[in-house]
Design a protein around this ligand. Structure first.
Ligand code: CDP
Length: 232
């Protein structure tokens, strides 16, 4: 049954590492029966491709060639997204600290960003999408129906990242994580192209003392105010 008054929104969730973007986006997408677009996963997959091919990460042209040759696909599996690089499931591999450390030059490459932005917009042709990343509300979907900017204290973000990695059997000290996150905050916020910025028309949510459930409820309520319909 088609409900003519039912609006399928474009929702963007941007923010720094560990602010809870991906988990929130995936749960919001589930509550509204929307697609979850994890744009960071796409940057991670291209970075993994570059590492696998042992290209010089300082060489922009080599990175572009790798991005052009690679097929990155996101496939929903329940609440989770599985990420495929050239048909290989790289969902876990792209979260390794090695990939995280190598990502900056890939994410700063204008041509790579242009290629990925095209794919990202393609996801949203019919609306009904929750896109998370750094530039979803500013560059990729400037006309999104709802823009959220998530922030959290560095201590809390480092703690979250530690338990996320620990659940995968990767142990990293809080000091190292704090340093790594701060470094990425600086490179994400200071790069010339698509820096991490709060979209002017975004709703800011500080998640330092919020549970995932509270974050999800907040975003779903904002979406419902704008015409979305809760499914679960
Ligand atoms: O959650 P976390 O920030 O660790 O990872 P992510 O969202 O998967 O993003 C990883 C990296 O990809 C970020 O540090 C950015 O450098 C880059 N990224 C980006 O440049 N633009 C996006 N829309 C998403 C991610």
């Amino acid at each position: 049954l088609v409900q003519p008054d039912r609006k399928r929104l474009i929702i963007t969730i941007d923010g720094p590492a560990g602010s809870g973007k991906s988990t929130t986006a995936s749960r919001v997408a589930q509550a509204l029966n929307y697609l979850h677009l994890d744009s960071g996963a796409m940057y991670r997959a291209v970075t993994l491709a570059a590492l696998d091919a042992k290209v010089d990460l300082e060489d922009d042209d080599q990175i572009i060639q790798i991005a052009e040759k690679s097929t990155v696909e996101l496939m929903p599996q329940g609440v989770f997204l599985r990420v495929f690089l050239n048909r290989r499931d790289v969902t876990d591999a792209i979260r390794s600290p090695k990939v995280t450390e190598a990502i900056a030059p890939v994410a700063a490459n204008p041509k790579v960003r242009e290629m990925l932005a095209k794919v990202q917009r393609h996801f949203a042709v019919d609306g009904g999408i929750v896109a998370d990343g750094r530039d979803m509300g500013t560059v990729v979907f400037p006309n999104a129906d709802l823009k959220i900017f998530l922030v959290a204290s560095i201590e809390e973000r480092a703690r979250r990242r530690q338990s996320e990695l620990s659940a995968k059997g990767i142990e990293v000290s809080l000091d190292d994580l704090r340093a790594n996150i701060l470094k990425r905050d600086v490179s994400d916020s200071s790069r010339k192209i698509s820096p991490l910025l709060k979209p002017e028309d975004a709703v800011t949510l500080d998640t330092s003392e919020m549970s995932i459930d509270q974050q999800v409820t907040f975003v779903v309520n904002e979406a419902c105010k704008r015409g979305a319909v809760r499914q679960t």
